[in-house]
Write a protein that binds this ligand. Sequence first.
Ligand SMILES: [Zn+2]
Length: 147
Amino acid sequence: MPKEGFAVITLTDEAFKRAKSHYRMKSKKGLISKNISFSRFVTELLERALENDSQISQIEPLFRKLGTLNDSIVVTDRSNQIAEVKIIFRKKGAELFCVLDKRADCAHVGFAYSTPELYQFIHLKRKSQDLAKRKRHPIRLSALSVI
Ligand SMILES: [Zn+2]
């Protein structure tokens, strides 16, 4: 039984692990105070998400994300135009390009920058590039010293 004034919810193992990992990462980086418990962290995160969601649901969105396609984010606007925003990976980061407008600075691109999928794409791309580098430059065992 939870303490008075508290309730218990059930999360999937995956959601719990993600939240715990996020909490640990922010704690390690000093982004949250050490006296903030995991439970309080999740409660505050949920409250902020609910506040944002209720504000967003009161206005008609200018853009909506339809999904992702290879290295692209597909968005639609108020005019129901569907725009594919391509992610072009460079040595230092990524650039976006709207196929519909043939520009890198239209509103579709601006919206794509606000989607979490963009940052997931970039993260996965960096991971795969790191793996490729390791394959090209394997660690030489002879270079390691044994204590
Ligand atoms: Zn566009």
